[in-house]
Design a protein around this ligand. Structure first.
Ligand code: GLN
Ligand code: ZN
Length: 760
């Protein structure tokens, strides 16, 4: 008999119930009790969704982030959060987002924990902090309570936790402390935790160690052995879970650890499954992640079964089946979708459907395929229609792509010559100020977009509302004294969805939300077919905005790599092919903007970095096609047209040469949360073009002071010539309120003025 389980279920709720409850709690609209009730109800619902599984995950629920939960569980709470009023949940939110409540007095605000991407996903976690005073202490009450809740509901609970080695690896040492020196004391707390779990009758624990799919230094490999030697032989069984890639050089390490089972990602590492089977001692369970937890396509069940049957024969009861990784990265339930084209919908599966597929696979293996003939037949049908559908294939797109060569990505002249022309044309002051594009998405804006979509608002009226908003935004920027303006992006619900909606080859769900960080969710569009742009996508808005001001208006586009990385991508052709199709579509838009006399164009590549493969050995290949795609989209403009690009979380030390190859005239990046240390690279690498290191953190509602921003820019100026520095926030302002934005940008402009004076 094969055993089925799941590594994690999306916690945000089918209709984002958790998001709304959190936001109400933060604005004092509901009590903490009410928030806890929502959490209870969601967990209950999600376990019901998983009741066919042999083992359901517990501990995958989180109010903000599972890594931050782990920090609290381990008693590793930054000192600055401990001294303040309120209870533990309030401290938790302060670390997550700088404050517990929207109206919290300033003295209760603290620096939020650093946030970074979870491996190669678009999920962000709060980075654990370590220093010489770090002490761990078990605080498992919340996890234990959730287990009791699951058990009461009759669920076979398998707690999921982040393993000690990955936990340390994910964190940052805030002083000279070597993280691995903390391992022994950390592992002790895990031992205590396992004892507590055993007392609750827990049989299996899933211990996530996804760093096993990355290149590990020798000391980290040693840490694995030491850790699991200590954790072994407890009265509880450990399922060591790796995902997001292949084990490769860590394969024998992973197979040799004294645990009771190993989970591997059989989607991304299908080729090494046989080797794992051969290497794994035969008293251990092997869990194969055979359903893609990162994508929304139906699994080809008959092909999977064909492949699994001999493996099942060989492993028998030792075979477990699961999705490849936690389903956190896919939406909850396809059944909610009413508007997807029927044919396209028939090709898809979200979390709930993926678990149904898992059940069908297990039933076919355990009871014979005859027991699921109907299900398999309908699956074969879906896989076949998708493969040959005319919705997917467009010969014109394929032909244009075949002709696209690297030449298309070259600017006419080098940066120096361009910069001269541009500086004559724009005549900007030193330390020019700008923003990253979006301004607050007010209730009215969102209401108008909704009404337009539902038909309650006519197109004419919708345009009017948006234009009013653009006008307000342009006026505000003029009053603030910004130098390069933006239209504010009111018409965009999301930077990828907005463009996807206007491109052929894209489909959209209504409720396909996936958590990005905290209460923030994104609804990744679905690239199902060949991409092309039927007509201009941003031209009317941008030219309208430019008509309102004499200052330069920056046209705002999302770049091809970000479009790709933030979409659910087709799995029937290489990602690079899809990316180049996107790049040709964006290129058309860039050229149309330029023709309409928009002379500064920003092409956001917020997600370029997160598309990097987890293993460095595969970076070159990705960067080659990604940078090529970006260049093709951006670089065919005239010399005097200034191209900006923007990147979030730009820890790009290791890819700085590729960033330079993009040859954008200006890049704006995230740096404020890291106190500009991300700029250290400029000591060694002479970045040739202009750069706007974000001077304040837009993820926090705290208002940055003039002095703090002056200081940051001065720090930047130690490494980058003033002439090439821009002053801007570190990302778009859509999630903020106008009251915050006005204060923050007033200070930002003052900071820039102060710097200019200092320079004179
Ligand atoms: N132009 C986008 C905005 O300002 C960029 C967002 C992002 O980088 N994530 O919202
Ligand atoms: Zn950004």
């Amino acid at each position: 008999m094969v055993t089925t389980h799941n590594l994690g279920f999306p916690r945000i709720g089918k209709h984002r119930e958790l998001k709304f409850a959190l936001e109400k709690y933060w604005s004092n609209a509901i009590s903490q009790d009410e928030l806890l009730q929502t959490a209870n109800a969601l967990r209950k619902q999600h376990w019901q969704n998983q009741d066919k599984l042999d083992w359901a995950p517990v501990g995958d629920f989180s109010f903000y982030d599972q890594v931050l939960d782990m920090s609290f569980l381990l008693g590793n709470v930054p000192e600055r959060a401990k001294i303040l009023s309120g209870n533990e949940l309030d401290s938790y939110f302060r670390i997550a987002r700088g404050r517990a409540f929207a109206d919290e007095s300033d003295c209760s605000c603290i620096q939020a924990g650093e946030m970074t991407k979870w491996f190669d996903t678009n999920y962000h976690y709060i980075v654990p902090e370590f220093n010489q005073n770090t002490r761990f202490e078990l605080k498992a009450q919340h996890l234990l309570a959730q287990i009791k809740q699951a058990q009461k509901q009759g669920i076979k609970a398998k707690p999921v936790i982040i393993g000690p080695v990955t936990y340390l690896w994910l964190g940052k040492s805030k002083d000279e402390t070597n993280k691995l020196d903390l391992l022994d004391s950390l592992v002790k707390v895990y031992v205590q935790l396992f004892d507590e779990l055993a007392k609750l009758g827990i049989e299996w624990i899933q211990v996530d160690e996804p760093i096993l799919v990355t290149e590990l230094e020798a000391d980290w490999r040693v840490a694995f052995r030491k850790t699991y030697d200590t954790l072994a032989n407890k009265s509880i069984k450990l399922l060591l879970a790796s995902y997001f890639g292949a084990l490769q050089d860590n394969l024998s390490l992973a197979c040799g650890l004294p645990v009771d089972g190993l989970h591997i990602d059989a989607i991304n590492a299908k080729d090494e499954v046989q080797l794992v089977i051969d290497s794994l001692p035969n008293d251990k369970v092997l869990s194969l992640g055979v359903i893609n937890g990162r994508n929304i396509w139906k699994t080809d069940l008959s092909a999977t079964l064909l492949w699994l049957e001999p493996i099942h024969q060989q492993l028998q009861d030792r075979l477990w089946l699961a999705p490849s990784c936690s389903l956190l990265h896919v939406p909850v339930d396809l059944d909610s979708e009413q508007e997807l084209e029927v044919e396209i919908k028939s090709w898809l599966g979200f979390a709930v459907q993926k678990l149904e597929e898992l059940d069908i696979l297990a039933q076919a293996l355990n009871q014979g395929q005859a027991t699921v003939t109907k299900e398999i037949a309908s699956n074969i049908d879906a896989i076949y229609t998708r493969k040959y559908s005319s919705l997917v294939h467009n010969s014109e797109v394929k032909e244009r792509l075949a002709k696209a060569n690297d030449e298309l990505g070259n600017r006419q002249s080098d940066y120096k010559s361009r910069a001269k022309l541009q500086s004559e044309k724009f005549n900007l002051p030193l330390y020019p100020t700008t923003t990253i594009g979006s301004f607050p998405q007010t209730l009215e804006i969102r209401q108008a977009r909704r009404d337009y979509k539902s038909g309650a608002l006519s197109q004419t009226n919708y345009i009017q509302v948006m234009q009013t908003e653009i006008k307000r935004c342009v006026q505000a920027q003029e009053e603030l004294g910004l130098d390069v303006l933006v239209h504010g992006e009111p018409e965009r619900n999301d930077m990828v969805e907005y463009f996807g909606q206007q491109l052929s080859g894209y489909a959209f769900s209504q409720f396909g939300w996936v958590q990005s960080y905290g209460s923030r969710c994104v609804k990744p569009p679905i690239i199902f077919g060949d991409i092309f742009r039927p007509k201009p996508m941003t031209l009317d808005w941008i030219t309208y905005a430019q008509s309102l001001t004499n200052k330069p208006m920056k046209g705002m586009l999302t770049g091809p790599v970000t479009m790709l990385n933030w979409s659910f991508v087709r799995d029937d052709q290489p990602r690079s092919t899809t990316c180049l199709q996107l790049s040709l579509a964006i290129r058309d838009e860039v050229l149309d903007l330029e023709k309409a006399d928009i002379n500064i164009i920003q092409i956001d590549e917020a997600a370029l970095r997160e598309g990097l493969p987890l293993r460095k050995s595969q970076w070159r290949d990705y960067l080659d096609w990604a940078i090529k795609a970006y260049r093709i989209s951006a670089n065919s403009v005239r010399d005097e047209t200034q191209i900006h690009t923007h990147m979030c979380y730009s820890e790009f030390n290791d890819i700085i040469e590729s960033i330079a190859q993009m040859d954008a005239d200006v890049i704006t990046i995230e740096t404020s949360r890291s106190d500009m240390v991300l700029l250290d690279i400029f000591d060694e690498f002479d970045y040739p073009n202009e750069i706007g290191p974000g001077v304040y953190d837009i993820h926090s509602p705290n208002i940055p002071s003039v002095a703090s921003m002056v200081k940051l820019i001065q720090k930047a100026a130690q490494r980058i010539p003033d002439k090439r520095l821009w002053v801007n926030p570190d990302c778009g302002l859509k999630t903020r309120h106008w009251s915050e934005v006005n204060l923050a940008l007033t200070n930002m402009v003052l900071a820039s003025e102060q710097l200019r004076k200092g320079f004179l």
